[in-house]
Ligand binder design. Structure first.
Ligand SMILES: Nc1nc2c(ncn2[C@@H]2O[C@H](COP(=O)(O)OP(=O)(O)O)[C@@H](O)[C@H]2O)c(=O)[nH]1
Ligand SMILES: [Mg+2]
Length: 397
């Protein structure tokens, strides 16, 4: 699961990235660190299944029933108008973005940077323009990929040398786009039966727009909300897009203060407390006071809400816990609920097996739902929070 952070320069992408990838709690030696300079691990938060069962476990990714689930975050190169034609870091940008399953578009909601990302006085740039241009760049990029080859491809399809879905999917290979997604969009737009050589330019435009929406959905993070004088601008954008307000700078400060042992804070909390018996310098106190006033203005820093929303609202993923013992809820080493996995909605028991190990799926016999103790088959659809033991003729040891 990879999520890309995109936007023009100076909106706070790197600050968001640093804040989100700074380990939210002390998670021991879990491999959480930066993978590449611009690729790191962030966490979504959910209620751990240990709460449902009323069991206690001591694992790094669960703190008092709050479960942290890792996702990959990519800080995509800054975007400028014309990126799809190679302007700015256009090529690098598209390279980073192609691997992402969904995108967080970081916007300077305070309007303190112009369209090129240069600082301007607060409130003098309309963030709606940024929302529009980013979607536009993306759609044009998609369009270019297909339109370039359409004259040739459409003929091949009609001569039955290539199948419609296959031919289109292949043009988008490397973008993590699946056949069924192409199929679905063609179907929704009634394009499955239209002769490809008779597609108008408007058909191509509409098709790529819908394909982009489906395969690279965008959530807007209205950043620098702390600077914003009038947040009603958010309502204007809300009409057509999913948008959440946040302050990456505040979250970064709070995570650093947590790491330094100064405060108790769990990302997403609507407040924090300074630990007893710690000395805070007057400078630190000032920074924490500022953070407190930001939180009281915008409810929470919003960073965790953005991460959770892209996984649970936009991608609609569910959390499932595979276990090897459905009574003790543990793995071979006796660790209770050691693993939480994010799966697409409509995943079944066999899909879960596949994510654990290919052999486990190959030899799949049945599974057991640890909550109901019921035996379930390969096709059984999983629900959010399920704890599942898989029984396979090919389980390892
Ligand atoms: N006030 C405020 N400033 C922010 C926030 N997030 C980032 N910044 C500042 O915006 C500037 C650009 O941030 P950076 O993360 O480098 O932006 P990028 O070019 O999009 O990666 C820096 O000076 C940050 O400190 C925020 O939430 N509030
Ligand atoms: Mg940056």
């Amino acid at each position: 699961m990879q999520i890309g952070l995109l936007g023009k320069t100076n909106v706070g992408k790197s600050t968001f990235f640093s804040a989100a990838t700074e380990a939210p709690v002390s998670i021991g030696n879990f491999p959480f660190t930066t993978i590449k300079p611009n690729v790191g691990v962030a966490y979504v938060i959910t209620d751990c299944a240990c709460k449902h069962f009323g069991v206690k476990h001591d694992i790094p990714l669960c703190k008092n029933g709050t479960r942290f689930i890792p996702i990959k975050l990519i800080d995509v190169a800054g975007l400028v108008p014309g990126a799809h034609e190679g302007k700015g870091l256009g090529i690098q940008f598209l390279d980073d973005a192609r691997q992402a399953e969904a995108l967080i578009h970081v916007v300077d909601i305070a309007g303190s940077t112009d369209i090129q990302g240069q600082p301007v006085p607060i409130g003098t740039h309309d963030p709606l323009e940024d929302v529009k241009f980013v979607v536009d760049e993306f759609d044009q990029w998609f369009k270019q990929i297909l339109a370039r080859e359409w004259p040739k491809l459409s003929k091949e399809i009609e001569q039955k040398k290539t199948k419609l879905v296959d031919g289109i999917s292949k043009r988008f290979s490397g973008l993590a786009i699946k056949d069924y997604q192409v199929q679905k969009v063609l179907q929704n737009l009634d394009l499955l039966t239209k002769k490809p050589t008779e597609w108008q330019d408007s058909d191509l435009t509409l098709f790529v727009k819908e394909l982009r929406k489906k395969t690279k959905p965008i959530l807007i993070a209205a950043n620098k909300a702390d600077l914003c004088k009038d947040l009603t601008i958010v309502d204007k954008i809300k009409k057509d897009s999913l948008i959440l307000i946040c302050s990456a700078e505040t979250e970064l400060l709070l995570r650093k203060a947590t790491k330094a042992g100064l405060i108790d804070y769990i990302p997403g909390d609507k407040g924090f407390t300074i630990k007893e018996n710690v000395e805070v310098s007057s400078q630190q106190q000032k920074a924490l006071d500022l953070a407190k006033s930001v939180i009281s203005k915008i409810d929470s820093t919003g960073i965790q809400a953005v991460l959770n929303s892209i996984i649970f609202d936009v991608l609609k993923l569910i959390v499932v816990y595979p276990v090897e013992d459905d009574t003790k809820l543990c793995n071979k080493d006796g660790e209770i609920l050691p693993d939480a996995r994010l799966l697409p909605i409509n995943s079944n028991a066999k899909d879960l097996a596949e994510t654990v190990h290919a052999d486990l799926a190959k030899g799949f016999l049945h599974a057991i739902d640890a909550k109901t103790k019921q035996r379930i088959g390969a096709d059984h659809l999983l629900k959010n929070g399920d704890v599942i033991k898989i029984i396979s003729s090919m389980s390892r040891g």
